[in-house]
Design a protein around this ligand. Structure first.
Ligand code: SF4
Length: 420
């Protein structure tokens, strides 16, 4: 069964699926690239929803994401278990009831200490679970450790976060109860205006590491109600882990699904996945230009999709979730900052559910790009608004501490430098 080729080997769902083991976090995988992620998302959603540790086949078949399978068919399926967090691993090992697993997840994701939580709740946890809590807490803390912090004059903070293997990513704690988090160490897209892209990709973050950045902020008193995935990395390149993290944050993490912002260079296949997912985040599309050649130069390893088609796919997703699309447009002098380009964009967006966010480029050393004058951005916003299109000009937070859009990178961090 393992590694079955897609297409010709597909069999009807009922012949291929297996049941998740009792108390296992059921993730189904198969050799079909398109189908495996859909099923993984389906079963994970069931698990998170606590509907059944072993999703019944009928329920799985009717799960919205299962319909992503081509023509209702999937390849032969092999079941194995992936634990998105140490809590899931422990729950499986100790065969915890789902309600205890959920209590632990909630305590962790809200930034409470597990032992304190167990004591104050008087939760009827087993002796074996209580004994395991200190070690579990250490393991969770190691997922994302604050190594450095840099406070900006605007009140935001850039955090250098050390992962358990010593790699670093960055988060920015923003005003208005928001946080910008990373999904990868580095990034493979290589946008010419972005510091993260210059170093290439080192590795993907696990779902727990993505969620742990929010936990870290909450633990240190940064009230977090909005999470933007605009830090290091391209979420679509690490889609499974990102979807699992969204499931955690939008579930026991108690964040509104529209307060989770999936920021991407875009891919219609990924929009389909998001639309079929239990937690459907709001979408920010990093468009930057409507010209295909220019986009290829600016975003050399983004999917080769004609920008208008890409925009249309993103708009359709947002119409399905009835939430506006955020169109991100990094302003680069002489490249994508002309009033004519704003008019062309307005033609695409008139009457659609969208907001254009112009971001004057945050200077990154080592490039020949230039940041246009602020007044140019104001002019473009006026141009769009005159056409009936919503538009804003963003002043990125934490620019003075290299924490603005496109300025994050994997920095060397000392072993310890606690956050106050
Ligand atoms: S802008 Fe985003 S997608 Fe482009 S290189 Fe930077 S992190 Fe990657």
């Amino acid at each position: 069964m393992d590694g079955a080729p897609s297409g010709a080997s597909c069999v009807p769902l009922r012949d291929g699926v297996e049941r998740a083991p009792a108390n296992g976090t059921g993730i189904l995988s198969c050799g079909c690239e398109e189908t495996a992620p859909a099923l993984a998302g389906a079963v994970f959603a069931f698990r998170q929803a606590g509907r059944a540790p072993s999703p019944p086949l009928d329920a799985l078949k009717s799960a919205p994401v299962a319909h992503a399978a081509p023509a209702g068919r999937i390849v032969l399926v092999r079941l194995h278990v992936i634990d998105p967090t140490p809590i899931h691993t422990l729950a499986r090992r100790l065969e915890l009831p789902p309600v205890h697993e959920r209590l632990l997840l909630r305590a962790w994701l809200l930034g409470h200490g597990l032992e304190r939580f167990a004591a104050t709740r008087g939760a009827p946890f087993s002796v074996s679970l209580m004994q395991a809590l200190p070690e579990l807490q250490v393991e969770l803390d190691r997922l994302a450790m604050a190594a450095q912090q840099h406070a900006s004059a605007d009140g935001s903070r850039r955090l250098v976060i050390r992962l358990a293997d010593g790699k670093t990513v960055e988060s920015v704690w923003l005003a208005r109860q928001a946080i910008c988090i990373s999904t990868q160490v580095g990034c493979a897209v290589g946008c010419s205006f972005c510091r993260t892209g210059m170093g290439g990709l080192e590795r993907n973050l696990h779902a727990a590491e993505i969620a742990a950045q929010v936990v870290l902020a909450r633990k240190h008193g940064h009230v977090t109600r909005r999470v933007v995935l605009m830090g290091m990395g391209e979420p679509i390149h690490n889609l499974e882990a990102v979807l699992q993290a969204l499931e955690l944050l939008g579930g026991e993490g108690q964040l509104g699904h529209k307060e989770l912002v999936f920021s991407t260079v875009g891919d219609p296949r990924a929009f389909e996945r998001l639309a079929a997912h239990h937690v459907r985040p709001s979408l920010a599309l990093s468009l930057h230009t409507l010209d295909e050649g220019t986009r290829r130069e600016l975003l050399p390893r983004a999917p080769r999709i004609e920008p208008r088609a890409l925009l249309e796919g993103a708009l359709r997703y947002c119409e399905r979730i009835t939430w506006p699309l955020l169109v991100q447009w990094t302003l680069l002098e002489g490249i994508n900052d002309s009033p004519q380009q704003a008019l062309e964009l307005s033609e695409q967006l008139k009457g659609r559910r969208a907001l254009v966010n112009y971001i004057p480029w945050n200077v990154v050393a080592g490039t020949k790009l230039a940041r246009p004058a602020w007044e140019r951005g104001v002019q473009l916003v006026r141009t769009l608004r005159a056409q009936g299109v919503l538009a804003t000009l963003r002043r990125s937070g934490a620019q003075d501490v290299d924490g603005g859009c496109g300025q994050l990178r994997a920095r060397t961090a000392p072993a310890t430098a606690p956050v106050s």
